[in-house]
Design a protein around this ligand. Structure first.
Ligand code: TEU
Ligand code: CA
Length: 540
């Protein structure tokens, strides 16, 4: 299918339904609440939304444990509420992508209830079952991302079943053709409801190594701070999926063939992997698998110009005809403002991060609230809801801190999220940063994002243009984007020092490209005067 849909360069806005807007006063966000806020998202300048799961679920992993792929959980509303949301979004010119959690189901999904009932029922081979080793131990040393063995002993079947996350998230056996067909049918259901695409949960985990080979012992790749290192928080080893990648690619081609029957639809895969960039490039190449994929490289705590240069240098070397989605936050990691900005994030840094995200080759994904510059919320242990936080506290404080209610109006109860006490506390630090407190305020983060997104739509070089990195520099990351004769020089000072940066060969006549809202830099003779966390866009 042609690689020129809305998604290629479009801005995706991620919504965590539980925490966006509560319309019926149960303290939990819901679909009608989202529908009421779509004009805000359209006004911001997003092109599409990605809704995290709202399907029937016991909510052990807050919806990433699905017990019915074809229905809305009553706490979020009904299928009719979903139809109304899609209709309103399309009225506003917003595309709608929904999460698809295909690699595992809830243990309360009827498929698993049947599968675990015996060793010879029709669904017996729909999950990954294995005998204990002679000593009664699990078949191998695979680990769950949520800690501990990836194998759970089932007293019914007297066998282990595999789970990459909670024990209540048993892994589907994609090697079974009947499973693939059932999954494809469920995906089709939402396409027929008019969705414009999918975010695919753990898109590299669908198949496992059938020979159950143990992972080689490996150290934990260290980020700057293992507690928030997204690549491999707990010594987890991605290897259980390496051997089965060829089958994974074939399934992605089957998924793509299905979507190609629905015009202008798209998929973005979530890639958690040792080599996220490489997997992203592989999965989005050839126009016959995923349209886009995001990896965790910008979801860690590293932000130096040196780190970024190395990252984008490798990206450009390997991406070929692939297409990345650049996320700076999501519902699984510490919010950007705190992760990169520390306890008192410098607003200039947050603006620079947004300018980076909006000027890279690829499609940007904004996590709800990052347009307000929200810091990570402090959650007390007794308020924790995320099982990942409970089991890992205090080494990893869980994911609730990035999932607190969206602040709409700091002057209203619960920041305007809804009439009832929300399921997680609203962060007091978010009240002065709420939408109402920033809308119309010239120097606010919200107005900056709005200006930046609308400006970006007028820059073809940024939407789909090529990208050439300029030589590495200790503090300054710089690259050129070009398309149809428009060349844009992007210069970002990823340091807290003021400095001068010499214009590259051929750019002596550079002129500022106005209108982005980015500040803190000016052209001066043959160089750029950069303030801390300052940057500029220039053209010839
Ligand atoms: O996340 C996959 C994944 O790798 C993350 O869980 C991440 O590594 C982990 O949360 C450490 O922070 C997806 C969803 O985004 C996540 O919310 C789900 O918990 C997970 O899959 C299971 O469905
Ligand atoms: Ca509600």
């Amino acid at each position: 299918a042609p690689n020129n849909g809305w998604w290629r360069g479009g801005v995706i806005y991620q919504i965590y339904p539980r925490s966006y807007q509560d319309s019926n006063g149960d303290g939990i966000g819901d679909l009608p609440g989202i529908t009421a806020r779509l004009d805000y998202i359209a006004g911001l300048g997003a092109d599409g939304i990605w809704l995290s799961p709202f399907f029937k679920s016991p909510m052990k992993d807050f919806g990433y444990d699905v017990s019915d792929y074809r229905d809305v959980d009553p706490m979020f509303g009904s299928l009719d509420d979903f139809r109304a949301l899609v209709a309103r979004a399309h009225e506003l010119g917003l595309k709608v992508m929904i999460d698809q959690v295909l690699s595992h189901t809830s243990d309360q999904h009827p498929w698993f209830v049947e599968s675990r009932a015996s060793r010879d029922n029709a669904k017996a081979d729909w999950y990954v079952w294995a005998d204990a080793k002679d000593d009664g131990n699990p078949p191998n040393n695979w680990l769950s991302i949520f800690g501990g063995s990836a194998w759970q002993w089932d007293t019914g079947r007297l066998q282990y079943y595999m789970h990459n996350f909670l024990t209540s998230q048993p892994d589907l056996n994609f090697h079974n053709p009947a499973v693939q067909q059932a999954i494809l049918d469920d995906v089709c259901f939402w396409l027929d409801l008019g969705v414009d695409g999918y975010r695919l949960d753990t898109a590299n985990f669908y198949f496992h190594d059938r020979e159950l080979r143990s992972n080689p012992p490996r150290g934990m790749p260290q980020g700057e701070d293992p507690a928030v290192d997204k690549v491999n928080p707990y010594g987890w080893q991605w290897h259980q999926f390496d051997k089965s990648q060829p089958e994974n690619l074939v399934f992605l081609q089957r998924l793509r063939a299905l979507l190609d029957e629905y015009p202008d639809t798209t998929m973005v895969g979530e890639i958690g992997d040792d080599d996220g960039l490489g997997r992203m490039a592989q999965y989005t190449s050839g126009g016959d698998k995923l349209h886009m994929a995001y990896c965790f490289d910008l979801l860690g705590s590293q932000k130096s110009a040196t780190f970024l240069h190395a990252l984008f240098s490798r990206f450009l070397d390997i991406v070929g005809d692939g297409w990345p989605c650049w996320a700076l936050s999501n519902h699984d990691c510490v919010r950007l403002a705190t992760r990169w900005g520390g306890p008192n994030p410098d607003p200039r840094l947050l603006r620079l991060a947004a300018a980076l995200q909006m000027s890279l080759r690829g499609s940007p994904c904004i996590y709800q609230g990052d347009e307000l510059g929200l810091p990570e919320a402090e959650i007390a242990y007794e308020d924790l809801q995320d099982p990942f936080g409970l089991t890992m506290w205090p080494k990893f404080k869980g994911r609730d801190g990035c999932r607190t209610p969206m602040p709409w109006d700091g002057a209203q109860a619960h920041a305007g999220f809804g009439p009832a006490k929300p399921w997680l506390p609203v962060s007091p630090a978010h009240l002065p940063l709420a939408v109402e407190q920033q809308a119309g305020v010239a120097a606010s983060q919200l107005e900056y994002y709005t200006q930046l997104l609308h400006w970006r739509r007028q820059q073809p070089a940024l939407l789909q243009g090529g990208m050439t990195l300029l030589p590495a520099h200790e503090q300054v990351l710089a690259y050129v984007r070009e398309q149809d004769g428009q060349r844009v020089l992007c210069v970002f000072n990823f340091s807290d020092q003021a400095l001068q940066w010499a214009l590259p060969e051929g750019w002596a006549q550079a002129q500022p490209l106005p209108g982005s809202g980015l500040a803190g830099a000016r052209l001066q003779g043959g160089h750029v005067e950069l303030e801390p966390w300052g940057g500029l866009f220039a053209t010839l």
